[in-house]
Write a protein that binds this ligand. Sequence first.
Ligand SMILES: NC(=O)C1=CN([C@@H]2O[C@H](COP(=O)(O)OP(=O)(O)OC[C@H]3O[C@@H](n4cnc5c(N)ncnc54)[C@H](OP(=O)(O)O)[C@@H]3O)[C@@H](O)[C@H]2O)C=CC1
Ligand SMILES: O=C(O)[C@@H]1CCC=N1
Length: 269
Amino acid sequence: MNGKKLGFIGTGKMGSSLIKGICDTEMIPGSEIYASDVFESYLNELHDEFGINISTDNMDVVRDTDIIVLAVKPQILKSVLSHIREEVTTDKLLISIAAGVQLDAIENELKPGTRVVRVMPNIAATVAEAASAISPGKNATVEDADAVLAIFGSVGSSLIVPEHLMDAVTGLSGSGPAFIFPVIEAMADGGVFEGLDRSSAIVLAAQTVMGAAKMVLETEMHPGQLKDMVTSPGGTTIRGVHVLEESGVRAAFMNAVIAASNRSKELGN
Ligand SMILES: NC(=O)C1=CN([C@@H]2O[C@H](COP(=O)(O)OP(=O)(O)OC[C@H]3O[C@@H](n4cnc5c(N)ncnc54)[C@H](OP(=O)(O)O)[C@@H]3O)[C@@H](O)[C@H]2O)C=CC1
Ligand SMILES: O=C(O)[C@@H]1CCC=N1
């Protein structure tokens, strides 16, 4: 980070998750991180745990830092931008993680030339396993994009996408953890139904999801091929796969991603 200071406006679920991931991976020391929120108790917890600098005034964060992550709800982003506008000089870099809000809408609220990058991370930043997509704005430099890739890469994997695909990313990987947590819970329920104790069932289900994901990422084999490796002819797995197909599970997951992407588009309007 070349001594650059990182700021967060909003330390709710996603802001805190990023701060925790970044501090745990030691990408940036807590002493170089500044955060503001209207909700003091989140700030105090983060200060106590990671030694970050805190304030209830967003202007302090803008003044004291070089790169500022806007981690407030999309519905209030505009009012936060108009409040900080005068302090956001062109030597600063703004990162918005707000679902749906387009780069030009952000840039139009700020002084001409302001450098903005839009990012869609996910909550797994907490454990440094986020999937993040990045779209640089019209004034962002190559170095800005590299810095943002490095910050979000430190808490998972990060890649650049054209902005028109950000709603798709939001529906898939931004919202996606919430589609998988109930899968883990439901698989564990099945194990409990069959007699396993709850905590063993959750560990087995979560490790199974993590292992399957790791195989997709590390073998680079098609998920269908990997599924075939588990399904012995006339065996146990194909019986379960049949039940899932009868339940329309694939259409349900596709429709969940599409519905979430559509909501992201709505938030941008
Ligand atoms: N949660 C997630 O998994 C993901 C969220 N995002 C995006 O991240 C952003 C934040 O979401 P999330 O963390 O879930 O939301 P939260 O509501 O948990 O966090 C937002 C925080 O901002 C605070 N806040 C409200 N007004 C202001 C203000 N004027 N100045 C400073 N802070 C303020 C809120 O306080 P209070 O609660 O008192 O209003 C809250 O603590 C959203 O834009 C969302 O689209 C992106 C990817 C994943
Ligand atoms: O639900 C939401 O709107 C946010 C954006 C992606 C994940 N959470």
